[in-house]
Design a protein around this ligand. Structure first.
Ligand code: AMP
Ligand code: TRP
Length: 329
C-alpha cells in the first residue's frame, strides 16, 4: 500500500479526514506493508520558492509522524530522494496518450486562467503513476479528488504490460486500486469547493485552538438555514460530514436530530465539533512537540534507502523489458 502528499501550504483537516487518518489506521492494522511519500517533485509543477519547499518538507514530515506515520512501523520518505521516480515517469510517458492527460480535471483546475502553465503540471499524473507502479503498490488510499489519477495509473499499468514483458513473459506492472475513507471529500470553509491548499479555504490541522475556532465558527453550512428557527439539512452540511468523521455515533445522531428540528443553531453544532476535534488533536500535538528534526531527517533517509532498494529492482526489470541501456551496468 502506498500513498503520497504534496509538501505545500499546511496539512489541513481535509487531508487528515480524507487521507492521513486512514493511513494511520492501515499502519495500526498492520495487515499490509505500507509506504508514504512526501511528493516534493510534484510540488514544483506550480510556481514556488525553493527555501519554502525545503521548510515544508521538514514540516510535513513532522506533522505526518505526529499523525501516526511512525517510521518504525512504515516507510516514510521524500520522493526526490529516490531518483527512480523521475526516471520511470519518463519511460511511462511513452505509453501515456496526451489525450488522457488533457482530460484530467486537476490539470484543468490548476492550469485554467494562468499565464504560465508548466509541462510538469500537464505530466503530473505520469509522475504519480510512476510513484505507485515503481513499488507495485496494490492499494492507494486517497481522497476522492485523486480517483481520476488512479484510473490513469491503472490504465498505464495495463498499457505497459500489453506493450512490454518481463522475463518469461510475465507482467511487470501491478494495477493499483484506490481506497477511499468514509469522508473522501471535505468541502472548504467557503462551501463552494473542496478544502484545498491552493484555495485558501482550509483549517490547518495543527492550528492553535483559537484561530481553529475562529475559522470553524464562520464556516459555510446549509445555505437554506437562514434563521435559527429554520430546520437544517445535515446531508448537505459540511459540518455534519465532519461530525460523521470525528464525533461518537450517539453525537452524530444527536446532531442530525437537533439540526433537523432546529433545536441547535449552527454555532452550537460547530462548538461540539470543535471540542471533539480538539480531543482528537491533543495526543497529536503532544507527539509533535516531542519530535526532533534531526531524528526525523534521519528517519526520512532510512525510508529512502528502503524505498530505493525496491525501486532499483523494478527499474532493472523495466529497463530490460524496454530494451534500454548498454547492459554494461
Ligand atoms: P494533497 O494535499 O493534494 O497532496 O492531498 C493529499 C491527500 O489528501 C490526497 O489523498 C487527497 O485526495 C486528500 N485530500 C486533499 N484535500 C481533501 C479534501 N478536501 N477532502 C478529502 N480529502 C482530501
Ligand atoms: N497527486 C496526489 C495529491 O495531490 C499526491 C500524490 C503524488 C500521490 N503521488 C502519489 C497520492 C501517489 C497517492 C499515490 O494529493
Amino acid at each position: 500500500m502506498l500513498s503520497g502528499i504534496q509538501p505545500t501550504g499546511e496539512l489541513h483537516i481535509g487531508n487528515y479526514l480524507g487521507a492521513v487518518r486512514t493511513w494511520r489506521q492501515q499502519i495500526e492494522e498492520g495487515t499490509e506493508e505500507t509506504m508514504f511519500c512526501i511528493v516534493d517533485a510534484h510540488a514544483i509543477t506550480v510556481p514556488y520558492e525553493p527555501k519554502e519547499l525545503r521548510r515544508n518538507i521538514d514540516a510535513f514530515a513532522i506533522d505526518l509522524i505526529a499523525c501516526g506515520l511512525d517510521p518504525e512501523k512504515t516507510t516514510l520518505f521524500v520522493q526526490s530522494d529516490v531518483r527512480e521516480h523521475t526516471e520511470l515517469a519518463w519511460y511511462l510517458a511513452s505509453v501515456t496518450p496526451m489525450g488522457d492527460l488533457h482530460r484530467m480535471t486537476q490539470f484543468k483546475d490548476k492550469g485554467e486562467g494562468k499565464d504560465f502553465v508548466s509541462t510538469g503540471l500537464f505530466t503530473y499524473p505520469v509522475l504519480m503513476s510512476a510513484d505507485i507502479l515503481l513499488y507495485k503498490a496494490q492499494i492507494v488510499p486517497v481522497g476522492e479528488d485523486q480517483v481520476q489519477h488512479l484510473e490513469l495509473a491503472r490504465e498505464t499499468a495495463r498499457r505497459f504490460n500489453h506493450r512490454f514483458h518481463g522475463e518469461g513473459g510475465v507482467d511487470i506492472m501491478v494495477e493499483p486500486r484506490p481506497r477511499l475513507s468514509s469522508t473522501p471529500r471535505i468541502m472548504g470553509l467557503d462551501g463552494t469547493s473542496k478544502m484545498s491548499k491552493s484555495k485558501g479555504n482550509t483549517i490547518g490541522l495543527f492550528e492553535e485552538p483559537k484561530p481553529f475556532w475562529d475559522k470553524l465558527k464562520k464556516a459555510y453550512t446549509d445555505p437554506l438555514r437562514l434563521k435559527l428557527s429554520d430546520p437544517g439539512r445535515p446531508e448537505v452540511c459540511n459540518i455534519y460530514t465532519m461530525h460523521k468523521a470525528i464525533s461518537a455515533d450517539e453525537t452524530i445522531l444527536e446532531v442530525a436530530h437537533k439540526c433537523t428540528t432546529a433545536a441547535w443553531g449552527c454555532v452550537a453544532c460547530k462548538q461540539v465539533l470543535f471540542d471533539n476535534f480538539q480531543k482528537e488533536l491533543i495526543p497529536l500535538r503532544t507527539k509533535r512537540a516531542q519530535l526532533d528534526i534531526e531524528k526525523v531527517r534521519q528517519a526520512l533517509g532510512d525510508g529512502a534507502s528502503k524505498a530505493r532498494r525496491i525501486a532499483a529492482s523494478t527499474m532493472t526489470e523495466v529497463r530490460t523489458a524496454m530494451g534500454l541501456g548498454s547492459l554494461a551496468t
